[in-house]
Design a protein around this ligand. Structure first.
Ligand SMILES: [Zn+2]
Length: 505
């Protein structure tokens, strides 16, 4: 007898649907699985066989052929176990067929028949819904994630036995409720806690308003990482679509907590400088999995001690910093991951960290300072819009009350500036993403602003790229000011963030 049910496999951060088919016929007993990588077949067969037997059901002594279609699609993981077990039980008449239509089955079986969740469930549930599937049977730990998909009825099961009783209509499983996140205390640091550092605070506001990448330079202990951790709190809240997209990525990476299936805050990723190329960019064995730059999608990527990162890792950021996505090719499989994050880099001004510090002398030789800075290539630095000096706090600032403006008020200005951009582009797009042609069209300069910029081209020896980046930052500053035309003061402020700090020291 023949039977088939629907399952799926993650592919990049998306998913592909897979028909799990089973044919049971008389002949030499055996269990063949077609369409799975060789090494996964024997393990899957063992798990399915044991789970069925341990349930007291019959594993037929017949010729069983299972096919995972399309056969040439690269599949991974043990998520087909449940679908395989169900088709075998259907094909041998141990289950009635009426509850399996338009149903997605996902789950890995343990030898005793208990069900384990699989990564990428959210993407697979979304793909199934898009293809017209109305219900899903998944492991308990994956159920809250699948239930986020509107219009999909999700049944959660802890054991193959539960699925069998459900399909035999001996037992009803209540559908898993769609749980949206509750309001919780913010997990980002409030700008009100940052003392002094007016210049850096303003740079963060501009970065948040226009989606600009930032490099902070300052001695150890000046508060660079504290400032970076404030950025998520002044970015606009995630829209429902963005929340789903970010959750899908974290689900594929297996990082979604089951009790909180929907990410409702912008991600903040801060990988250590020893991170590998694959860890940063994505890749790995089989179908490439997302790296830190994709986990930071729609949020913040904070790289502390920037020059300590492997040169190859930093150079790999050039494409995503510009195009906001990355293509990973691995063993003949090409996957494009989204990577639209705001980069905040932080570094010391010199190897010892005290160049320009009024309190402690710098002990570095000039060639050591040059070598340290050369670790960041010109093309990499060219993709950074805002260079910010973060000096050591003065005694007065350290001992003072610290009357910083709270994040909530800064965020309100950021949201207003982003709204101006959205109206201008007729879609969510930040000033940082403008191409050179759009810059010419949408960054009209007042007469004085034009003069100032012309003089700056000579004084700062601005490259063509540097010129465009200054204009984009000036566009954002004007947007924060609610001004359609870019005025001289907007250009003047943008130029303050152009030079590498302490270059003149
Ligand atoms: Zn030094």
């Amino acid at each position: 007898m023949f039977a088939q049910v629907l399952s799926a496999t993650p592919f990049g951060i998306e998913a592909r649907l897979v028909e799990v088919q089973c044919d049971v016929s008389p002949g030499l007993p055996g269990f063949t699985v077609v369409g799975l990588p060789e090494k996964e077949v024997s393990e899957a067969r063992e798990r399915v066989r044991s789970a069925i037997r341990n349930l007291g059901l019959e594993f037929p002594q017949l010729r069983i052929t299972a096919n995972l279609a399309p056969a040439d699609l690269r599949k991974e993981g043990a998520g087909f176990d449940l679908a395989l077990a169900v088709t075998i039980l259907l094909a041998t008449g141990q289950l009635p067929p009426d509850r399996v239509h338009h149903t997605l089955f996902l789950g890995e079986l343990a030898l005793d028949g208990s069900l384990r969740g699989v990564r990428g469930t959210l993407a697979m549930a979304l793909a199934a819904k898009d293809a017209g599937t109305s219900q899903a049977v998944v492991a308990e730990s994956s159920a809250p994630e699948a239930a986020l998909v509107e219009g999909l009825t999700v049944y959660s099961a802890a054991h193959l036995g539960d699925v069998v009783s459900f399909l035999r209509k001996e037992k009803d499983i209540p559908p898993c409720p769609r749980r949206l996140p509750e309001e919780e205390a913010p997990d980002w640091i409030d700008l009100a806690l940052v003392r002094g550092q007016e210049h850096a605070r303003r740079a963060l506001e501009i970065a948040a308003a226009g989606g600009h990448h930032v490099l902070m330079v300052g001695p150890p202990g000046a508060g660079k990482s504290l400032l970076a951790q404030c950025l998520p709190g002044i970015l606009p809240p995630l829209t429902p679509e963005e929340a789903l997209e970010a959750s899908k990525i974290h689900s594929v990476a297996g990082l979604l907590p089951p009790n909180r299936p929907l990410l409702h805050r912008r991600p903040f990723r801060s990988p250590h400088h020893t991170i590998s190329y694959v860890g940063m960019v994505g890749g790995g064995h089989g179908i490439p999995s997302p790296g830190e730059i994709t986990l930071a999608h729609l949020g913040v990527l904070f790289l502390d001690e920037l020059p300590e990162f492997d040169r190859k890792v930093l150079e790999a950021l050039r494409q995503p910093l510009e195009e906001r996505r990355i293509t990973v090719v691995r063993a003949g499989i090409s996957v494009t991951f989204p990577a639209s994050f705001t980069l905040i880099g932080a570094m010391n001004p010199c190897p010892c960290g005290h160049l320009g510090d009024p309190l402690r002398p710098c002990r570095c030789r000039p060639h050591e300072i040059v070598a340290y800075r050369k670790k960041l290539s010109g093309p990499f630095l060219d993709r950074i819009d805002l260079f910010v000096e973060v000096p050591r706090l003065t005694r007065e600032e350290l001992l003072g009350e610290g009357t910083g403006e709270p994040s909530e008020r800064v965020r309100a200005r950021v949201v207003a500036a982003r709204e101006l951009q959205r109206q201008r582009w007729k879609r969510p797009k930040t000033n940082a993403e403008l191409g050179p042609r759009e810059v010419r069209q949408f960054c009209p300069l007042g007469p004085q602003a034009k003069d100032l910029l012309a003089r700056a081209v000579d004084r700062f020896a601005l490259t063509a790229r540097g010129y465009v980046r200054t204009l984009k930052v000036a566009r954002t500053i004007a947007d924060l000011d609610g001004s359609e035309t870019i005025q001289a003061q907007h250009v003047a402020e943008a130029l303050q963030y152009r030079a590498f700090p302490l270059d003149q020291v």
